[in-house]
Design a binder for this molecule. Sequence first.
Ligand code: ADP
Ligand code: GN1
Ligand code: MG
Length: 364
Amino acid sequence: MALTQAEIKEIIYKFVVYGDFLVGVPFGTGNVNDTYQLTLDQGGVRLFYILQRINQGAFRNPEAVMENLDRVTKHLLGKIHARHLETRRRTIRLLRTPEGKSFIYDKNGECWRAYVFIANARSYDVVETPEQAFRIAQTIGEFQLNLIDLPEPRLNETIPDFHNTPRRLQALEKAIREDRAGRVKAVGPEIDFVMKRREECSKLIDLLAEGSIPERITHNDTKANNILIDDLSGEGLCMIDLDTVMPGLSLYDFGDIVRSATNPAEEDETDLSKVGMRFEVYEALHRGYVDMTGDFLTPAEFENLPFAGKLITLEIGIRFLTDYLEGDVYFKTRRTGQNLDRCRTQFKLVESIEKQMNDMTALL
Ligand code: ADP
Ligand code: GN1
Ligand code: MG
């Protein structure tokens, strides 16, 4: 439920902010957290902040999330200073409480954090051009590059097995068995679609287990709408939504941007004839990503770039289907059937990727 203005004001004043609270409005199209854009007034100058509630259904340990965020954003800041002239908009910047903490709990046990609002930039739900795709993929690659030398210890796993596709498959099978929402009978073709591809689900996890591809620090939620693009220059500015930054595979991040950027339609588009993999966008993603990661990717990571696009698309489709069967308990939904529509777009995209796999592989 949306907060009242008085509640928003009370929460933001727990952080060190400059200015008087004017208004807070729901912001963005995230599927998990609750986000508000806040306007404050400081001597006639408008200041903007982002205030966000961590979804504790998804993130069971918010303090582990915030510890990662603190470490990662500090490390990124050091890198950015070395690489860019304009630094203020190149990473999320957390506000602090007077005691120096980066989060607070409200009276209902909800965990909140606040960021400086990054202005004159936006994220895209649907990527419009190959040029945008190139910039976005560069930003993802640079993010991975910048975190290669993050000092020990290993980051917290904020959602265990987040990209463990076989586990996601098991969760789907459990949801089918339990059929809590009585919806299994309506999704026969979708279940068949997954089962035909079940053998492929463990490929990346197996490569990791046998030591053929390395664990890295990855973002793990690299859909286009988690990357900010500068309005003026069109350059990629930074990655946002850092809650899932943790140990992972470089291929998860590349795969997820293939999933979200190559599709010209919305994630919950109901007209599936509009959904498909745009090859020219894929080609731009490949170029942009390799531009930043070419020096550190191993041959096995490189070879699996096309497969990662297919696997992560299938995996997120499996998650949408599972949530549909469980009665829409994880992803935010605005209408009945939205998770099923989301699942169907993902599976249509998987088919489209399969058809173009030879061309994708030829780019290697
Ligand atoms: P969710 O986890 O729900 O996806 P995000 O962290 O991605 O939440 O935030 C939701 C949206 O809010 C983003 O897509 C972006 O448009 C906007 N946003 C988040 N943080 C900032 C920021 N610091 N500056 C500007 N916009 C932001
Ligand atoms: C969620 O939070 P948001 O909207 O950026 C989800 C991702 C999914 C994505 C699908 C923590 O991302 O894993 O790929 O929806 N985030 C979490 O749109 O589960
Ligand atoms: Mg997001």
